[in-house]
Design a protein. Structure first.
Length: 249
């Protein structure tokens, strides 16, 4: 079975076809997969407004977009970018469906790295798949951004608020979790552990706060004040460790 047959099964893009596949041998052997515009498509998508526009010309050099490895070989999509003549944006580089912006990494490869970053350290992921730490970081950032844009915040009835020390000294982050029986997840992270920090979460959370039934936290005074003000209807459950500590004093 041809490599481009496999690619058409898993990564077919309307308006584009796969061409020659070559093995570039050397210190770091890699498979290079040529991508060409379909001759039937005379237009390309403008990167400025996402509209189909007439092609203006082609760039003088090719671009390489890294794809998930195959049989231990690095895989790159090779494509000559076109420019479009857009009446709204002017002359712009086209937008391609397999990558975002100027990224040299395909979206498919970014998700591939992000999934591995859930079970390995970012350094181990970079070493295992012969890429850079920065590429892994950007891949995780893409996954997190997508998750934030698509997450569902409806039906949250219980919140937990805590702080975590970061590094040495009084350097803290505030963490807010959903702690409902059916769903436990991190919702938000903010710099420091001040009233303004926790208020920023409730500004994002909005009117959903009126449906909270329980909130849990330790006895840090800024948290107590904000929760009393922003989650008035909820039962406030205090951390038992701090209650016992107060009683012992």
């Amino acid at each position: 079975m041809l490599v481009k047959t496999l690619l058409n099964k898993v990564e077919k893009h309307k308006g584009f076809i796969y061409g020659d596949v070559t093995l570039e041998e050397g210190g770091r052997a890699r498979l290079l997969v040529e991508v060409r515009p379909d001759k039937r498509c005379k237009k390309a998508v403008c990167s400025g407004c996402d509209e189909l526009r007439t092609c203006y010309d082609k760039m003088p050099t090719v671009r390489y977009f890294q794809f998930p490895p195959l049989w231990g070989f690095l895989v790159f999509l090779v494509y000559v970018m076109r420019r479009v003549d857009c009446p709204r944006c002017g002359v712009k580089i086209e937008k391609v469906p397999w990558a975002s912006g100027k990224s040299p990494t395909t979206t498919t490869y970014a998700w591939f790295l992000a999934r591995w970053a859930k079970v390995l350290s970012w350094k181990q992921v970079a070493g295992s798949f012969r890429t850079s730490w920065d590429t892994v970081y950007r891949s995780v950032q893409l996954a997190v951004t997508w998750g934030l844009e698509h997450r569902d915040l409806t039906g949250i009835r219980s919140l937990g608020v805590d702080e975590v020390s970061r590094g040495r000294g009084q350097d803290y982050l505030t963490l807010v979790y959903q702690i409902d029986e059916h769903c436990k997840r991190l919702l938000w992270v903010g710099e420091d552990r001040t009233k303004a920090t926790l208020d920023a979460f409730f500004d994002m959370f909005g009117l959903r706060a009126r449906w909270l039934v329980y909130v849990a936290s330790d006895m840090w005074q800024p948290y107590l004040e904000v929760l009393a003000r922003r989650a008035k209807r909820a039962i406030h459950v205090l951390d038992r460790y701090h209650i016992v500590a107060k009683m012992n004093k």
